[in-house]
Every structure is written in structure tokens, then in C-alpha cells.
Write a protein that binds this ligand. Sequence first.
Ligand SMILES: CC(C)(COP(=O)(O)OP(=O)(O)OC[C@H]1O[C@@H](n2cnc3c(N)ncnc32)[C@H](O)[C@@H]1OP(=O)(O)O)[C@@H](O)C(=O)NCCC(=O)NCCS
Length: 148
Amino acid sequence: MIKDFNAVHISPAAEIERLCFSDPWSEGAFADSLKSEYAHFKVWEEDKVLGYIGFYAVAGEGSITNVAVHPDARGKGIGLALVKEVIALGEKLALDYITLEVRGSNTPARTLYEKCGFRDMGTRRNFYTKPREDAVIMNYFFDKDREN
Ligand SMILES: CC(C)(COP(=O)(O)OP(=O)(O)OC[C@H]1O[C@@H](n2cnc3c(N)ncnc32)[C@H](O)[C@@H]1OP(=O)(O)O)[C@@H](O)C(=O)NCCC(=O)NCCS
């Protein structure tokens, strides 16, 4: 189930980071992020943490910093649930849009974001290292005519 990300989740989330990324966030990076009043990080926790999402919301803009699911727990809808959770939160916070960057070659993540309604907006050249690669910028736009 989805819970707010707090200090007890830092160590397991950092472990998942190390399994997923060539340039993982450290425990200190998570701890610093959680101090921000704009941070709304979430975890998927069963008997242990299986996934998490980093999300900031400020001045009408949301940004997803990272989403990761433990390699043994993929393909079960956890990533989808986490992204949908922050979209629902963005709706509640009356955001205009949510933005993110993703490696061009990261088909699983790009497909997930597309499924959630994100659209390609452009690229940032050589945004990533280890290996060097362009980022695709993807945005999700909320309905401007909504009442909230
Ligand atoms: C991307 C990631 C978070 C997806 O998490 P997940 O829990 O396995 O995804 P879900 O089971 O919720 O899948 C939801 C949808 O995403 C897409 N998807 C997920 N894995 C996919 C894959 N390997 N190939 C293509 N599409 C995939 C599909 O559209 C899927 O819907 P479907 O099952 O109806 O086809 C996971 O693969 C991951 O942690 N990757 C490493 C970290 C990473 O790259 N994060 C993104 C950084 S920007």
C-alpha cells in the first residue's frame, strides 16, 4: 500500500536506488529532500519497501524526481499506482502540470508515463551521465477548466 515517505524509508529506498540507477541518490540526498516543504514523496510498502516516488509541488508545477520499483516486484502495477498517486495529489493541489525527465532509452518508464497521460515535450541534450544520454522531457497537463 502507498504511504508517505518518512525517515524510516530512507535506507530501503536508497537500496532500491542502488539496484536501479548508475548514479543513485544517497541516503543523505533523500534526507535533504524530505526536509523541503514542497516534497511529497511516497512509498509502496508491504512487509518491506518495494517502490517509491519523489515528487515536488511548487507554484503550480509538479515535478517527479524519481520513481523506482524493486527489480523483484516489477510488473505488478506498483509503478503505475505511484505515478497515479502523485497525479491525484497534483489534482488536489490544483497544479497546472507535472514534468519529469527520463532517459530516452528507458522504454519501461516512458511507456508507464505515457500510459498515465504524460506526453513528450522535447529533449535535454546529454542530460545524463554513466552512460551519457539525452533526457526526454515529459509533461502531464491538468484540465485548466476544472473548478478547484
Ligand atoms: C519504470 C518502473 C518504475 C515501472 O514499475 P513497475 O511497477 O514494474 O510498472 P507497472 O507494473 O506498474 O507497469 C505499468 C505500465 O508501465 C509500462 N511498463 C512497465 N514495465 C514495462 C516494460 N518492461 N516494458 C514496457 N512497458 C512497461 C506498461 O505500460 C505497464 O502497463 P501494463 O502492465 O498494463 O502493460 C520500473 O521498471 C523501474 O523501477 N525501473 C527502474 C527505475 C527507473 O528507470 N525509473 C524511472 C526513472 S525516470
